[in-house]
Design a protein around this ligand. Structure first.
Ligand code: ADP
Ligand code: ZN
Length: 524
């Protein structure tokens, strides 16, 4: 297909004048019958990369999408472009027998160009047989990161997609799309979907219009006051607040309402009708703020969200990137503020305690990267982009707290040596809390039981408060001087590098993080 006729279809079918970014190259790759892998940040225009080829190809494209709730929105959107209702359909467990029959009829007649399905739908034998007999154009796997445990939204059913696609039709191309692209996730997708010599299209993950900031979460009341003040400043502008648990969404929404800010809570515990209602209130700007757990937001197409506040630390950098990514999709202002405290980190870790070990290991690794991000003095954008395997070379991005207000760094060489000494003196058999209590010389019942108050190192660091030592140990973990045995209650051990450091200490600069210790014990 020539470029002219592609542009013509773009105009006629979608009303757009030009392709966005590399859409045209992606579409050409797919139309040439190649397996195609698209990595584009949210808002990059991924849907069009399969919708346009689907419309102009012979046969039906099967689009695999993880969320039943979003399928209807997507199909409605496609129909609104093309003004032909039967151009797109979805098949999932919400349809009645009669509706399914109608979809089947449209598919057999050749009128339908796109069929959205959930992975569960594909695994049903009757569907497999039905699809095998259809004339198909290609498979599109949307949100392809769901196939990887290293993605932010692992769905085991995605692991069976290759098998299903092979059964239905092994000869048509597959296009996989995602907004998540750490190198690990990328290779998981290619491997598990069995993409054959795929053409890979990676777009930059930089969102230059987003401003990133980390704020200490000191006391809950104070934090809420700060949030209220912030939202009042953003008058009339829509925003999302993400929290860790359902109760907090309700509490926060109430607090905002009490302060004259129109807000609703949104979480998976609400029935679907109420969720849909509240989502609409937000989309139609009848409320300014939606306070939500991560249940909210996937596939939400509201281009003018002006701020995303994290009331708790997200469980991975990818979650953070996805969630903040919902701000400023129109390319205009988007402010992203994360309220951070060490206690929220413990809370996240606590939530994982009943998970299987492998999941805990992955989870702990993801959390520690998020902590490093939050505590770092380096440009936020630089860290985010390097997480996605991209290099950001600007010295100052001008749109993050660390670039605008560089943090003071202090030398911690001697204290690193002290911490290493204590851990060794304890025979590398204790976790961080215990180690810190020894360092500052706090006699706990446990310490008394082990008679550790008698060791020479007891209290060698009492000139600094415990949060200093907690933070230092975290940074030592991040720099690889220590390792933490998750299987064994988080016992701290020296690594080779830690051993080398204690023999030959060198400069170790840290940002002071005394800001991030919450003073209040009843926070959420
Ligand atoms: P993604 O799935 O990558 O998050 P979408 O497919 O939802 O992105 O597209 C984001 C927005 O960009 C949508 O509002 C879509 O209509 C718009 N868009 C996509 N392609 C184009 C284009 N070529 N020209 C103008 N707008 C486009
Ligand atoms: Zn910066």
């Amino acid at each position: 297909m020539s470029s002219t006729s592609l542009h013509q279809s773009l105009q006629e079918e979608f009303g757009f004048d030009s392709f966005k970014g590399n859409q045209e190259a992606i579409i050409k790759s797919l139309l040439a019958g190649k397996d195609t892998f698209v990595i584009k940040p949210t808002g990059g225009g991924k849907s069009l990369c399969y919708q346009l080829p689907a419309i102009i190809s012979d046969g039906v494209a099967i689009i695999i999408s993880p969320l039943i709730a979003l399928m209807k929105n997507q199909v409605d959107l496609v129909r609104s472009y093309s003004s032909k209702d039967d151009v797109a359909h979805f098949l999932n467990s919400t349809l009645t027998k009669k509706e399914i029959r109608e979809v089947h009829d449209d598919l057999l007649s050749g009128r339908t160009k796109m069929l959205y399905v959930a992975p569960e739908t594909l695994t049903k034998q009757e569907n497999l047989e039905f699809f095998s007999d259809l004339k198909l154009s290609f498979f599109a796997v949307d949100e392809a990161h769901c196939i990887s445990e290293w993605g932010h939204d692992f769905r085991p059913e995605y692991r069976r997609l290759r098998e299903m696609m092979t059964q239905i039709n092994p000869d048509i191309p597959v296009i996989a799309l995602t907004a998540t692209a750490t190198p690990k996730v990328q290779s998981d997708i290619i491997k598990n979907l069995g993409l054959k010599e795929p053409e890979i299209f990676i777009s930059s993950f930089n969102r230059p219009n987003l401003y990133y900031e980390i704020q200490p979460k000191i006391k809950k009341d104070q934090t809420i006051k700060n949030i209220v003040r912030f939202i009042v400043q953003m008058k009339g502008k829509s925003g999302i607040i993400y929290t860790l648990n359902r109760k907090t969404t309700e509490e926060l929404a109430d607090m905002l309402m009490a302060n004259g800010i129109k807000a609703v809570a949104y979480h998976a515990g609400l029935d679907s009708k109420l969720r849909a209602e509240r989502q609409d209130l937000f989309l139609n700007e009848d409320v300014q703020v939606i306070v939500a757990t991560i249940a909210f937001g996937m596939g939400i197409d509201k281009p003018d969200i002006r701020f995303v506040i994290h009331f708790n630390i997200p469980k991975s950098i990818e979650n953070y990137y996805q969630e903040t990514g919902r701000a400023g999709r129109d390319g205009l202002e988007g402010k992203c503020v994360l309220y951070y405290s060490h206690k929220d980190v413990s809370k996240l870790e606590h939530l994982m305690r009943d998970k299987p070990l492998s999941e805990r290991e992955v989870g702990a690794q993801l959390i520690s990267e998020t902590v490093a991000y939050a505590e770092s003095g380096v440009c936020r954008r630089k860290i985010l982009m390097s997480y996605f395997g991209e290099e950001y070379t600007e010295k100052n991005c001008g749109e993050c707290d660390n670039c605008l207000h560089p943090k003071e760094q202090v030398e911690a060489k001697d204290n690193v040596v002290k911490a290493l000494k204590v851990i060794k003196a304890l025979d590398e058999r204790f976790a961080s809390d215990y180690v810190v209590n020894i360092i500052i010389g706090r006699l706990t019942p446990n310490i008394a039981m082990y008679r550790h108050e008698g060791i020479a190192e007891f209290g060698i660091g009492k000139d600094q408060p415990d949060h200093y030592w907690n933070s230092l140990i975290r940074q030592m973990l991040l720099e690889g001087l220590l390792s933490k045995d998750i299987e064994d209650y988080g016992v701290l051990k020296l690594t080779k590098a830690g051993d080398a450091f204690s023999k030959k200490p060198k400069s170790f600069k840290i940002v002071l993080n005394n800001l991030y210790e919450e003073a209040n014990a009843d926070d959420d």
